[in-house]
Design a protein around this ligand. Structure first.
Ligand code: P6P
Length: 357
């Protein structure tokens, strides 16, 4: 280096362009331990999956048989997009021979996919939503992939990953998402801060763009599908009326969780997908949607709640368990919960008065 004290601008740029995802993961660990090596390799495979999905998305409109529906309905009861199937298979393909993973659990598969015995078996489980927000795919709007990594600890004797039904989201060892937008961005955490990377297609590498992202304590954005207002609990309606009547709030909603979540992470605010009177558990899935995002947001200084408990404290009762989601800036989540607590207090007071009359 020409000047030992102050690297030149070009040296700084070169150093940044050399801060790839795998180097960054290893820097998170003090020692070059087997765990560090495994997680670095896992993140590298996830990055490869992201590149393959991004490549397909960028040309989807030009490739026959890429867009549209398969005609199938998945375990969630949702119509399956061809991109859902492709992306699901991408993650399986990039991990099958890796020796890092023992099984993959996906929104698109009723049961987990177990790495075949003729392949090297690892000791981690990948939980993922291969394409989240796939309704946006055919109209060229942002979609995302969400992932979480857990160590397999218990015995998975029945082939239904019931060991995953004994632990909460604080057992995740890594989580993140890939946002397929104007640029392809990977955001992840190993429990030591939240960091973002941007895919440089000319290098084929995810290059560090921001370290230790902190979500603002407050923010003007509330992100929810107000078309569901008629189905919501009164407490959520109370919150919605409040933000309608008070200056300083603005609504943003894309119909794709990863994009909406990324906006909240970067600018502050709150994303809500509450339960409804008929479906109090809501729509979003715990193991590969709400728990990974809650892990990230708590790492960034925010919070994530079902409305009555922290998302990261929820233990699933089944693989595709769902939870309501209120996630984002600490103060904004607290505001939503204040309406829930207030309504619960009034309901219990009414019940007491009714029992006394
Ligand atoms: P609604 C996409 O199907 C998804 O799972 C999330 O990406 C998104 O936030 C939500 O559902 C959108 O649901 O009911 O508003 O269309």
């Amino acid at each position: 280096m020409a000047n030992q004290e102050q690297p030149s601008a070009s040296e700084q740029t070169l150093d940044r362009d050399c801060t790839t995802l795998s180097r960054h993961v290893l820097q998170q660990f003090k020692t070059f331990s087997p765990e560090a090596q495994d997680l670095s390799a896992i993140m590298n495979r996830i990055a490869l999956a992201g590149k393959l999905v991004a490549r397909r998305l960028s040309r989807a409109g030009l490739m026959a048989g890429t867009l549209g529906f398969t005609g199938e309905v998945n375990v969630q009861g949702e119509s399956v997009k061809k991109m859902d199937v492709y992306a699901n298979e991408v993650f399986i393909s990039v991990f099958k021979q890796s020796g890092l993973i023992c099984r993959l659990a996906s929104e698109e598969m009723d049961k987990p996919y177990y790495i075949p015995e003729n392949c090297p078996i690892g000791r981690y489980t990948l939980l993922y939503d291969p394409i989240d927000g796939s309704s946006n795919v055919d109209i060229n709007l942002n979609v995302g992939s969400i992932f979480a990594i857990r160590q397999q600890k218990g015995e998975d004797l029945d082939g239904a990953a019931t060991d995953l039904l004994q632990e909460n989201g604080r057992e995740q060892v890594a989580a993140g998402y890939i946002l397929y937008g104007p640029s392809t961005m990977l955001v992840y955490s190993l429990g030591n801060g939240v960091h973002s990377f941007i895919l440089d297609p000319s290098l084929g590498e995810f290059i560090l763009s921001q370290e230790n992202i902190q979500i603002p304590d407050r923010g003007p954005i509330y992100s929810t599908n107000e078309g569901n207002f008629w189905q919501w609990e009164e407490s959520i309606r109370d919150y919605t009326r409040y933000v309608h009547r008070h200056e300083g709030y603005t609504a943003r909603y894309s119909g794709a969780l990863v994009g909406d979540m990324h906006r909240i992470l970067m600018q502050g605010g709150v994303f809500l997908y509450p339960g409804t009177v008929k479906k109090p558990e809501g729509k979003l899935r715990l193991l590969y949607e709400t728990a990974p995002l809650a892990y990230l947001v708590e790492q960034a200084g925010g919070s994530a709640s079902t409305g009555t408990e922290d998302i990261l404290d929820v233990i699933p009762d089944k693989l595709h368990a769902r939870t309501p989601l209120i996630i984002g800036s600490k103060e904004e989540v607290k505001l939503v919960k204040s309406f829930i607590d207030d309504r619960a207090r009034r309901d219990s007071q009414s019940a007491v008065m009714a029992s006394q009359s």
